[in-house]
Design a protein around this ligand. Structure first.
Ligand code: GUN
Ligand code: ZN
Length: 439
């Protein structure tokens, strides 16, 4: 058995986090905490002490090896608020927009996940990809097959990773081999909730794919699940593509707009996360705000599928919670730095300058808030879960050159998000344990 002392870890280095959630991006800077030469003590997966090395070093018991990351930058683990694990094998499929892309590339790729062995193999691959990119929490789509979710949760459970996932509910407008029914989607989701929700650090998301692939009967079943398990999540897509929106309007002519379909079935609210939200009507923005729902901003996906430009500025203005999503496999990278790099450009095209602090917030504490988890992850406050990443700001010659030419912390962070990628991830820790080492 591990002794009390052995379970303690002492981490030294430069730390950067944001101490408190904010309502507006201008507030972030005043809550930024940069500790040059800091110390974090971690016990049983939680932050036990955090502060200046000089003030804390006497707390380190004799015999404990200090992990010294001087010269690196330690930040909270990144949070990916929208990703499809069964689409890892089809990233970069050529040449279509959303609806054709789903039919031609996505549905065939998801077919194989009824095979638990295949699902396990791909779950292992997927989690390795998250960790090598510094992502320590994700909100994940499985496939329609319950096996896909069992395999993913088993793999996350093995390393005690905080992960939210769910089985896709879809009972129409897809190939037969990917369809469930309103009834089976209910019973299968319910069994998964009973098995996995709040099992260790795992959480369940009720996951209707999107309105076009669910009958009204199925959305009513999603509502029933939500009423029976009010602390689960709701995870789906919303207003990504113009043809998709027109299709929803034709399938649900009685509803005021796309979001009203979900709202009608009680699927908006706290812990409801809607991916994309590129083409929202004013009433939809207001419904998201009034219901306390969250948005997953997926820049690489929105650019790749030609979906459009998400209006982050408006989301701030409406005070709607936003997190970053990679949306693998319409998104083109697992890497959060690269995702922020593209988010910056999406906002440039709309005349809004996204600061490095804003980007860093969205990828950490802001993402935690979007998932309703900001009381347990997202920064280094004492008592928080110890998921963190050691970044190497100078992983390539170009990064070194730019870093040396950067004066302020803002500059350094901005260069990291613009030029950084998986090479920037030096170490990843989950639950206080080292789970990835760059070689
Ligand atoms: N809308 C419905 N399903 C999907 C999906 O798999 N990916 C994306 N990007 N949008 C969707
Ligand atoms: Zn998606």
């Amino acid at each position: 058995m591990m002794s009390e002392q052995k379970s303690l870890k002492a981490i030294r280095g430069n730390f950067l986090d944001i101490v408190k959630t904010v309502e507006q991006p201008e507030e972030i800077e005043s809550h930024l905490r940069f500790i040059e030469d800091g110390l974090m003590l971690v016990r049983s997966g939680k932050v036990e002490w955090f502060g200046l090395w000089e003030e804390g070093k006497h707390l380190i018991p004799e015999g404990i090896r200090v992990r010294d990351y001087s010269g690196k930058m330690i930040v909270p683990g990144f949070i990916d608020t929208h990703i499809h694990y069964p689409q890892s094998e089809m990233v970069g499929a050529y040449g279509e927009q959303l609806l054709e892309w789903l039919n031609k590339h996505t549905f065939p790729a998801e077919r194989r996940y009824n095979d638990i062995e295949y699902a396990r193999e791909m779950s292992a691959f997927f989690i390795k990809q998250l960790l090598r990119n510094g992502t320590t929490t994700a909100l994940v789509f499985g496939t329609v097959h319950p096996e896909s979710v069992d395999a993913l949760f088993e793999a996350a459970h093995n390393i005690n990773m905080r992960m939210i996932a769910g089985k896709v509910m879809m009972d129409r407008n897809a190939p037969d081999y990917l369809l469930d029914t309103a009834e089976t989607s209910y019973t299968q989701s319910k069994a998964l909730i009973e098995r996995w929700h709040r099992n260790g650090r795992l959480l369940y998301a009720i996951t209707p794919r999107f309105a076009p692939t669910s009958t009204p009967e199925q959305l009513a079943m999603a509502q029933r699940l939500r009423e029976e398990y009010p602390d689960t999540y709701l995870h789906t897509h919303l207003c990504e593509n113009k043809d998709e929106i027109a299709w929803v309007k034709s399938l649900y002519p009685d509803r005021k707009n796309y979001l009203d379909v979900y709202h009608h079935y009680g699927l908006t609210g706290k812990n409801s996360v809607f991916a994309h939200c590129v083409h929202l009507e004013e009433q939809e923005w207001d419904c998201l705000r009034d219901s306390g729902s969250s948005i997953a901003f997926c820049p690489t996906s929105n650019l790749y599928l030609g979906s459009g430009l998400f209006n982050l500025k408006k989301a701030w203005h409406k005070q709607i919670k936003v997190g970053m999503g990679t949306d693998i496999g319409a998104g083109t990278t697992f890497n959060m730095l690269q995702t922020l790099n593209e988010a910056y450009k999406v906002m440039q095209l709309q005349g809004w300058r996204m600061s490095a602090y804003e980007a860093f917030y969205l990828a950490t504490l802001g993402g935690a808030k979007a998932l309703g988890l900001d009381d347990i992850i997202g920064n280094f406050n004492v008592g928080k879960e110890a998921d963190f990443v050691v970044l190497e700001p100078t992983a390539t010659p170009l990064q070194q050159l730019r870093y040396d030419n950067s004066v302020t912390l803002m500059d350094k962070l901005f260069v990291m998000m613009t030029l950084g990628d998986d090479r920037s991830i030096y170490r990843t820790y989950v639950d206080g344990q080292l789970v990835y080492e760059r070689t």
